[in-house]
Ligand binder design. Structure first.
Ligand SMILES: *Cc1c(COP(=O)(O)O)cnc(C)c1O
Length: 395
């Protein structure tokens, strides 16, 4: 057994990252400034987005997007239940109604057809998730959005570096990347909004910083115009340069990180191929480049362990795991508010995965030995579970 704990995720921070942040600390300007602009340029250039706006986190960017999109009471927004809670929490806070759709059992991706079927005259937007770094079938989503005149907002939190066919995620349309420490590239905390809509980008910049006609950085460069006025009520969601500098430094390693994640994923798949107790997620059938954000496995019917028992067994063997995610409709608040959301098998695949999935360690600094430790611990956990429960006994 490992003598040290292997977390399911650890950011890859090198000397260049440390030097980049230190330089900002010594520069005399530590909040939103030139490094934030550089990060916006870096992400925008990388994915080919016409406009990129950095935020203090992805959720903050989404909050401003929902405000910019006029989401409020009486509006419906269609989202998979298999997503992070940010989307649905924001809809609740704005008085709008989340409409949950199910996902594919083995990719956790929502389909354009499922989302289209959930559209009503009150629908304002659809928010698919590029789950675990795999792209949804974007052509179909674009068709649905055009046909029904609803906004298409991509939750690209897992998808920096992902491609749908030959197209980088973020190159067209509107989406949000997260730079949280567990994501593939991090700025400590952070998010980047990308869009091809110039007007929307300008509105997002304004909403990000008090609704002022110019943000802190502009004011600095223009010698701080103290006369700048509130054009509309906004928020205080700007990203400090201390964080942006880390993001800029990390963006330089995006392709290296992705290649390493891809290698580790392939190795896991080889070593787990004969483990019938586990089912890793499948890749989409359409052409894509996967960002390999998470290594998600599900307990099959052949597993002697429940998901929670599996996670405990790995923890006892010094291996960390995470849950990405529990269907939002299964969280306490949403169970109480929308008790019928998952009724009659409407969210059957989300429920199946909610009960069975967890993420095993995947991060670029992992070694071949780490992967073998994880697989060894998994096999050992199943072997022990089998011998401790006599055949025929009810566990
Ligand atoms: C991480 C994440 C977010 C939110 O990003 P933050 O930067 O943590 O606010 C949104 N959606 C999904 C699917 C995520 O995984």
């Amino acid at each position: 057994m490992r003598s040290t704990f292997l977390p399911f995720c650890r950011p890859s921070i090198d000397d260049a990252d440390v030097a980049a942040v230190t330089a900002v600390l010594r520069s005399g300007w530590i909040t939103t400034g030139p490094k934030t602009t550089e990060l916006e340029e870096s992400v925008g250039t990388r994915c080919g987005a016409a406009h990129a706006v950095a935020f203090c986190n992805g959720t903050a960017a989404m909050h401003c997007l929902f405000i910019a999109g006029g989401i409020g009471p009486g509006d419906e927004v269609v989202t998979p239940s298999m997503t992070w809670v940010s989307t649905v929490n924001l809809l609740e806070l704005l008085g709008a109604t989340p409409v949950f759709v199910d996902v594919d059992r083995d990719t956790l991706l929502a389909s354009p057809e499922a989302m289209e079927a959930a559209i009503t005259p009150r629908t304002k937007a659809i928010v698919p998730v590029h789950y675990a770094g795999a792209p949804v079938e974007l052509d179909g989503f674009r068709r649905v959005a055009r046909k029904h005149q609803v906004a298409l907002w991509e939750d690209s939190a897992h998808a920096i570096g992902t491609r749908f066919r030959d197209e980088e995620i973020g190159a067209t349309g509107t989406g949000i990347f997260s730079l949280h420490p567990i994501k593939n590239v991090t700025s400590g905390e952070g998010g980047v909004f990308v869009t091809d809509d110039a007007e929307l980008a300008a509105r997002m910049r304004r909403l990000r910083f008090h609704g002022l006609g110019a943000d802190a950085h502009d004011r600095n460069q223009q010698g701080r115009s103290p006369q700048v006025e509130v054009v509309e009520p906004g928020l205080k969601y700007n990203l400090p340069d201390m964080n942006a500098a880390l993001g800029v430094s990390q963006m330089k390693k995006l392709d290296l990180f992705t290649a390493r994640r891809d290698e580790l994923t392939r190795r896991y798949r080889e070593l787990l191929a004969d483990v019938e107790e586990l089912s890793p997620l499948a890749d989409p059938t359409w052409p894509h480049r996967h960002a390999r954000h998470l290594m998600i496995v599900r307990q099959t019917d052949a597993s002697p362990l429940s998901r929670d028992a599996f996670m405990a067994a790995l923890k006892a063997r010094n291996i960390g795991t995470g849950i990405h995610f529990k269907g939002v409709h299964r969280h306490a608040y949403y169970r109480a508010k929308y008790p019928d959301a998952g009724a009659r098998g409407r969210l059957a695949n989300s429920d199946w995965n909610t009960d069975r999935l967890c993420s095993i360690p995947l991060f670029p600094d992992m070694t071949e030995g780490d992967v073998q430790d994880v697989v060894g611990a998994i096999k050992d956990a199943y072997a022990k579970a089998r011998t401790s429960v006599p055949a025929g006994a009810t566990p």
